[in-house]
Design a protein around this ligand. Structure first.
Ligand code: ADE
Length: 234
């Protein structure tokens, strides 16, 4: 039977989901533990991928191959790239791009993977709409945004680097896994959504804000993920 795959990069990002799961069976593969069971009445596989794009892509492929995931949700935290998006707010991906992909020397725009059609990977619109409505219900005190998310194997904590990513990609948030999950899911024709709560502003204050607000941000994304599962049609 098929299931929804739920990926968080770090233990903290999936712990709040695992604790509510029932009938859990653990499978170990590629140094990851896949928790298969039910959550809010839906069949799910929850997994900590590890940080970065390679871990995230490997994890997504396993969810597709071993668990026949019919959709993939990535839940976690991100840095804000927009002054209106505050710490604690949620960004739902419209599409995702690799901000560190660079084949400019071959005439490709920054972010474009050579010899692939897509510049960015489009999220599932049905999941996104459902998530936006669910977020207003379970997190009424914060804002929810729908926009592009930029991913790279870098923690962004520098105003100049942030400015470059904003200018080049018009992204709303920056993190380290989403585009890899999006690309792997797209290659397999599996719908996906990336849900990120903001932990920092991806500038010089990020190293201080991140540890201070990580927990609060994770609470928002976990709460939302559970509500989405509850509202999903079987
Ligand atoms: N995840 C949370 N904050 C981030 C940042 N500033 N850069 C990259 N990934 C992040």
């Amino acid at each position: 039977m098929r299931c929804i795959g739920i990926i968080g990069a770090m233990d903290e990002e999936v712990a709040g989901l695992k604790e509510y799961m029932q009938d859990v069976e653990i499978t170990r593969k590629a140094s990851m533990e896949f928790y298969a069971g039910t959550l809010e009445g839906k069949k799910v596989v929850v997994v900590r991928s590890g940080v970065g794009k390679v871990n995230a892509a490997v994890c997504t492929q396993i969810l597709v191959d071993e668990f026949q995931a019919e959709a993939v949700i990535n839940t976690g935290i991100a840095g804000s790239l927009n002054n209106d998006i505050n710490i604690g707010d949620i960004v739902l991906s419209t599409d995702l791009v690799h901000h560190d992909m660079d084949a400019v020397g071959f005439g490709y725009p920054k972010g474009q993977i050579p010899r692939m059609e897509e510049f960015s990977f489009q999220s599932d619109q049905v999941l996104r709409k459902l998530a936006a409505e669910a977020c207003r219900e379970v997190n009424p005190d914060i804002q929810v945004f729908e926009g592009r998310i930029a991913s790279g194997d870098q923690f962004i904590a520098d105003q100049d680097v942030k400015d470059f990513i904003v200018k080049e990609f018009s992204a709303y948030a920056v993190e380290m896994e989403g585009a890899a999950i999006a690309q792997a899911a797209s290659l397999n024709h599996v719908p996906f959504l990336v849900i990120r709560a903001i932990s920092d502003k991806a500038d010089g204050s990020a190293h201080v804000d991140y540890p201070a607000f990580e927990k609060l941000a994770i609470e928002h994304s976990v709460k939302l993920t559970k509500k989405i599962l509850k509202e999903l049609q079987d």
